[in-house]
Design a protein around this ligand. Structure first.
Ligand code: SF4
Length: 397
């Protein structure tokens, strides 16, 4: 371990200190669709934030809800109200992105048209306390977050491929969570929804029934199941009885026809159980839509508890191989995330998925020589130099 990571470009999504360059009339939080089209029809301008990269002799036209000037561009001599100077880091903004501006003002990019999955983090509260949680839960009431997302959904492009809903634990929001799903169904009827949840709330059939009434055509629940042994799962999520409630939730969801992905993050506490886990799923939960085996991301609690969580992939690779092939033989779809190709035997390559999150694909100096770099997911940018042993580039023969 220890080789430096070549960092991927991180995308900045919020600015808590936007500079106001003219009178700010926003008295409440507002959402705008970003446009660079100065010819936008008058009727919709109020809902648009005009993104100005370069000012010509003429001032931008009237009527837009907000004006965003990218730092470093020429500025006009006369400004419209609600004109803001934003950091050059937001240069990536493009037509159709959705932003939130508050009266403070601060800016948050809520939706980006040019990415395959937009994640809505609807709460930071959680009813588990996983020992390797990458985003440790907070206690503060943040119920405003989901209300804001519900308000902003009508502005999202209907061509969005996938929306991810994450937390914290999104189901803690109860009826607001159901309302969010209904809004997504109404405004984005062709967009897939992937919910990251611990699944415990689906133990309640009434709740599952409410969700089912939203009738979304492609709704998948990504649910962690960290072991086939109840006390190991309960230990990892730090909640006694969690295994039983999660299994009950999974059964309820499936009775209503929902898609389910099981997520197994490999760590010291559960790596010995990988094969038994696969057997358990093959025998008892064969209806599952997919199983994802995931490498540990050294951030959040996983960073502070790293030494007691991390297991070198070389110690579990044979087990992972057996587990993946067993599930595959049982016709259960399997994916492997966050594992470098040089760590995996070739028979596992077809199951390996290159991460889609832009902060996740980083490489070390060694990788420069590797002919498989473009096919390999590399490392988390958050890995902080914690690189598995045995990384070895593939070279041409
Ligand atoms: S497979 Fe190649 S690119 Fe991927 S981690 Fe190994 S050496 Fe780096």
């Amino acid at each position: 371990m220890g080789e430096a990571l070549e960092m991927a470009k991180m995308i900045r999504l919020t600015d808590n200190n936007v500079k106001v360059i003219s009178h700010n009339t926003l008295t409440e939080t507002k959402f705008f669709v970003v446009t660079e089209n100065i010819q936008s029809p008058n009727a919709i301008r109020e809902k648009n934030a005009l993104l100005v990269r370069n000012v010509t002799d003429e001032s931008p036209p009237d009527g837009f809800g907000a004006y965003l000037y990218i730092e470093g561009c020429n500025l006009p001599t006369v400004y419209h109200q609600n004109s803001y100077l934003i950091s050059g880091e937001f240069e990536y903004l493009s037509n159709g992105d959705v932003i939130r501006i508050t009266n403070k003002p601060n800016l948050k990019v809520v939706f980006r048209v040019n990415i395959s999955t937009n994640y809505l983090t609807v709460t930071e509260q959680c009813n588990s306390f996983c020992i390797m949680c990458s985003q440790p839960p907070k206690k503060e009431n943040d119920s405003h977050l989901i209300r804001e997302y519900i308000r902003s959904i009508p502005l999202f492009s209907a061509s969005a491929k996938e929306i991810g809903i994450s937390g914290g634990e999104p189901t803690l929001l109860g009826d607001d969570f159901v309302e969010l799903l209904s809004y997504l169904n109404s405004y984005l009827p062709r967009t897939s929804i992937h919910v990251l949840t611990n699944g415990k709330a689906f133990d309640n059939r009434v709740f599952v029934e409410k969700i089912s009434q939203t009738k979304h055509f492609d709704l998948m629940f990504g649910i962690p199941l960290y072991s086939s042994v109840p006390y190991i799962h309960d230990f990892i999520v730090q909640d006694k009885g969690a295994f039983n409630r999660t299994i009950s939730g999974i059964l309820n969801l499936k009775q209503y026809g929902h898609k389910i992905e099981l997520r197994f993050v490999i760590q010291q506490s559960n790596y010995e159980d990988i094969e038994l886990f696969s057997e358990f799923v093959s025998r008892n939960l064969q209806f599952i839509d997919q199983v994802a085996f995931m490498g540990l991301e050294a951030t959040g609690f996983a960073k502070s508890n790293f030494d007691s969580l991390w297991i070198e992939p070389e110690f579990y690779m044979d087990k992972l191989c057996n587990a993946v092939h067993q599930l595959s033989r049982s016709k259960v779809k399997v994916k492997i995330f966050n594992h470098q190709l040089c760590m995996l035997p070739k028979s596992l390559w077809p199951f390996s998925v290159k991460s889609i999150s832009d902060w996740k694909n980083c490489y070390i100096y060694t990788c420069e020589l590797c002919v498989e770099k473009s096919a390999c997911g590399g490392f988390f940018s958050t890995s902080d130099g914690k690189i598995p042993k045995g990384i070895k580039p593939f070279t041409k023969i």
